[in-house]
Design a protein around this ligand. Structure first.
Ligand SMILES: NC(=O)c1ccc[n+]([C@@H]2O[C@H](COP(=O)([O-])OP(=O)(O)OC[C@H]3O[C@@H](n4cnc5c(N)ncnc54)[C@H](OP(=O)(O)O)[C@@H]3O)[C@@H](O)[C@H]2O)c1
Length: 374
């Protein structure tokens, strides 16, 4: 048991608040406000809690979808966004033995913040302070800055779940990664390389793909559009794979790119459905259930090529099988501690600039991660 902390005199701060679910993420961002917040009062907290002064909060795609209730999990408005954050413990309850004041930690988004269920849901990372149970304070790898640490778990856990748990990617296989410049895509590039795979990465920007190559992709393909129509890239893939096609597709983009990808795979390939960044409005807005604009996949190609089409919802799968998480976390933190993986963060904003930050993320201006500094 740690010694009782001295009376606290933490300065007041600010937090972002989403008042109600909007019709679309951009409307949700516009309706969100920056409010003053007092520092949490320890006398109102549980003895196993910690208060974290947030240094960096990741601006995630899910943070955007959640403002319109278009993510499968809905925080109850009014709520503070920020699934992922990193900071320093400034108060630890009397029962806390696993962490101390002054420790740098990542706040586990499954256990505190808007994606969590229960009492800690209101402590989103777009705020000066977060309260979390001590077991949600994950020691920050010393190899990472607060910005990199805030951008670690969501994206790398997703990439790991998709490539390892679902995709069973083996050394020597070729993986086609769409949305490779994005947060989960770039994590997938790094993890696929650590698994010994060959990576072909796609994206719309030559400049961003040059950086993706620097992060380890073996080959990059710039997607071309004519009059809004995606131009086929199957020939480029066939050339790069000696006519064979890729073993695995990691698809975080969806839409036309998914359809074209089905023509770029070998017989018996695995197709990992990670997300649909190109068609983000598949679900109804304002938190209504249902996905009237969902993407569709042609069953004839799935059948004739004997494909394994694998849905990869990391958060839902983790809730269904919590035992899947500890080995995943252990491996990701080990790789981070060994300096083998490091999130790329291209955009940094002050908390008051949360609208600019969320809009930059929505508009695809970001390479890897985007963070706020509360
Ligand atoms: N399965 C899971 O558990 C899980 C977890 C987290 C997120 N996701 C989903 O994964 C997807 C990606 O998330 P993220 O955080 O990586 O997003 P992100 O950082 O915004 O990256 C998405 C990337 O997709 C590309 N893209 C966006 N719009 C496109 C379009 N219209 N056409 C072609 N490419 C487009 C962009 O790359 P270029 O600009 O280079 O083309 C962008 O960098 C989202 O749908 C998200 O909901 C899934």
């Amino acid at each position: 048991m740690s010694a009782p902390s001295a009376p606290l005199s933490l300065p007041a701060g600010h937090r972002v608040v989403v008042p109600a679910f909007a019709e679309s993420p951009l409307e949700g961002v516009a309706s969100a406000t920056l409010e003053a917040m007092d520092a949490p009062d320890p006398s109102s907290l549980a003895p196993g809690d910690v208060i974290v002064a947030v240094k960096s909060a990741a601006v995630g795609w899910v943070d955007l979808l959640m403002t319109s209730g278009q993510y499968q999990h809905m925080a109850r408005p009014p709520y503070t966004p920020g699934l992922e954050s990193a900071g320093t413990i400034v108060w630890a309850g009397p029962d806390v033995t696993s962490a101390s004041v002054g420790d740098d930690v990542i706040v586990d988004g499954f256990l505190a913040g808007p994606r969590s269920l229960g009492a800690y849901q209101r402590w989103g990372g777009f705020a000066t302070y977060v309260v979390a149970p001590a077991h949600a304070a994950v020691p920050m790898p010393q190899t990472l800055t607060h910005d990199e640490a805030a951008a670690l778990l969501g994206s790398y856990e997703t990439a790991y779940h998709c490539l390892v748990t679902r995709g069973r990617v083996q050394a020597g296989e070729t993986v086609l990664i769409h949305g490779a410049s994005g947060a989960t895509g770039l994590a997938a590039v790094q993890i696929a390389k650590l698994l010994g795979a060959r990576v072909i990465a796609t994206g719309r920007s030559e400049q961003k793909l040059a950086e993706v190559k620097r992060e380890g992709a073996d080959e990059v393909i710039v997607l071309r559009y004519e009059n809004g129509e995606l131009q086929p890239f199957r020939d480029a893939i066939k050339t790069l794979t000696n006519g064979r096609g890729v073993d695995v597709v990691y698809d975080g983009v969806g839409g036309d790119i998914s359809l074209e990808s089905l023509r770029c795979v070998r017989f018996g390939a695995r197709f990992l459905i990670v997300g649909w960044a190109s068609t983000p409005d598949v679900a109804k807005g304002k938190g209504e259930r249902g996905a009237p604009r969902a993407n569709h996949i042609p069953t004839n190609l799935v059948m004739m090529k004997s494909l394994d089409v694998l849905g990869c919802p990391t958060a839902i799968s983790t809730a269904m099988d919590p035992s899947s998480r500890p080995p995943r976390m252990k491996q990701i933190l080990a790789w981070a501690n060994e300096g083998k993986l490091k999130p790329r963060v291209s955009h940094r904003f002050a908390l008051a600039e949360f609208r600019e930050a969320m809009t930059a993320k929505w508009n695809g201006e970001v390479l890897g991660g985007c963070v706020l500094h509360p």
